[in-house]
Design a protein around this ligand. Sequence first.
Ligand code: MG
Ligand code: MG
Length: 266
Amino acid sequence: MIYLKTEEEIELLRKANLLVSATLAEIAKIVRPGVTTRQLDTLAEQFIRDHGATPTFKGFPASFAGAEPFPASLCTSVNNVVIHGIPDDVPLKEGDIVSVDCGTCLDGFCGDSCYTFCVGEVDEETRRLLRITKESLYRGIAAALPGNRIGDIGAAVQQHCESQGYGVVREFVGHGIGHDMHEEPPVPNYGRPGTGKLLKNGLCIAIEPMITRGNNAIALMPDRWGVTTRDMSRAAHFEHTIAIHNGKPDILSTFEPIEAIEGKLY
Ligand code: MG
Ligand code: MG
């Protein structure tokens, strides 16, 4: 069932999401060659708890048989890892990219946002992947208007990425968000315009293109969490939580503090 949010609930969701954005901005300050993803995770968990929230991902139940609950506060997915990478002690290297997905629960509402960071100097082809993926997120958001349908969002993302020769991952999708991190409806990054559930004021969703430089085929990693491209091509992942609010998309998370720290990269 789709649960539409009140004005008050949208403001609580905004607070939880701005805390995610502030956490990702803390990551932006320290991500560089030599830093480990476990160090990013430790910083994020402390920052989230210091602000009176809990990291939603920590202890999140596994979707695949044989996996333990998620052990960390961030998903850190490096290079060919698309999503759900478990933080570890491997230092990031010059030229890597790392997608950092973060979730908080604050006053009973969830925040969820992801940003793909460059580690030092990154090659031109990779920067282009990041730019197109981020653009596709905003194109999907622009389609999230009352009266449109879920398929309009996916079609906007898909058209932008596939026209550039990139792969759109199909098996993982965006989602409704509220008291729970994952609510109805699913929000695919592909689709046909004018199809799927009708979008209405009060609908709160996470839109999160997961885009590959090569083929869109993916594989589960041996830890039963991480998801990699099969062809080992690099992947990017950007995510915002939005509300459809007063007749237009209202972005509840923000990349502004991250982009202010990064400067112009691509
Ligand atoms: Mg996320
Ligand atoms: Mg999400």
